[in-house]
Design a protein around this ligand. Structure first.
Ligand SMILES: [Zn+2]
Length: 282
């Protein structure tokens, strides 16, 4: 994770949980379409569609990008602090029950904790797949033209910042998964979803191949309704061919990158994947 150098004022807010003065931040009245990202690590936090006018003097959002924001009890004993799930940067606080929008929550975020990427400049989409041992899934997904980067990690569980040892016990609820960042002008979520089904046994219900346990289950973690619909359509296609599909479709939540030695495992070690090979279905 690369981190940006912070100015003293950014550090006061982001590191030392400060608050910028109301009505002073650059995003208070900002109305462009795009994505608000973490000022420190660049992770995507909020879509412009969830931004609304609250009159409170800070940018207000009624929902975060799934898994992007972590809630913590504020040391003041009353409020709920929100931080970047990737790097723990302080963002602000979240308030519920104020009735501003149908979602009935307000993420009150310091402008200075965020950067902004206009929709016209967004050239990367993401997909998250779980298909057993993440080494093999990453190895095959990386080879697709249009895939810009891949990260192996853990998602879908309860605990914060799980490590390999904890996930391997099968008790944290996390699955081994791969996050794929791709250029939507070159490949698509649908194409990657079809490849996902071709490189593992999606009929297996207790793990993948020799790897047995809930951490090895087959799942697609969809980011939005469009990805959900596309995944459902591919599943229907498989079922119409007579396949039984055990893959779960789950809304995306926090994705925790795995330890460095798991990243690009097969390229680093020069070994060949034992667990995943491609067989054509579509
Ligand atoms: Zn961050």
């Amino acid at each position: 994770m690369s981190q940006t150098d912070l100015t003293p004022e950014e550090e006061r807010v982001i590191v030392h949980r400060g608050t910028e003065l109301p009505f002073t931040g650059k995003f208070v009245n900002h109305k462009e379409k795009g994505t608000y990202t973490c000022r420190r690590c660049g992770a995507s936090l909020y879509k412009s569609e969830s931004k609304f006018e609250s009159g409170c003097g800070w940018p207000s959002f009624d929902d975060e990008i799934p898994g992007a924001v972590t809630r913590k009890p504020d040391p003041d004993g009353h409020r709920v602090e929100i931080v970047c799930s990737s790097c723990d940067a302080h963002l602000g606080h979240v308030f519920v029950g104020e009735g501003f929008t149908a979602k009935n929550q307000r993420h009150c975020v310091n402008s200075i904790s965020m950067s902004f990427i206009p929709a016209t400049d967004e050239k990367t989409s993401s997909a998250i797949f779980a298909a057993g041992c993440f080494w093999g899934v990453e190895h095959l997904m990386k080879q697709v033209s249009g895939v810009k980067s891949t990260t192996v990690g853990y998602t879908g569980g309860e605990t914060q910042k799980p490590d390999y040892k904890a996930v391997c016990t099968g008790t944290t609820g996390h699955l081994e998964a791969v996050k794929i960042d791709f250029d939507p002008a070159v490949t698509s979520f649908e194409a990657l979803t079809k490849l996902f089904f071709e490189i593992h046994d999606f009929t297996q219900t207790d793990g993948q191949g020799p790897d047995i346990g809930t951490q090895y289950l087959s799942a697609i973690f969809y980011a939005d309704e469009s990805q959900k619909k596309q995944a459902e359509d591919v599943v229907k296609q498989l079922e119409s061919m007579g396949h039984k599909v055990a893959t779960r479709l789950i809304p995306a939540s926090a994705f925790w990158p795995a330890e460095d030695y798991h990243q690009d495992y097969y390229s680093k070690t020069g070994k060949a994947p034992y667990c995943h090979i491609r067989r054509r279905i579509f």
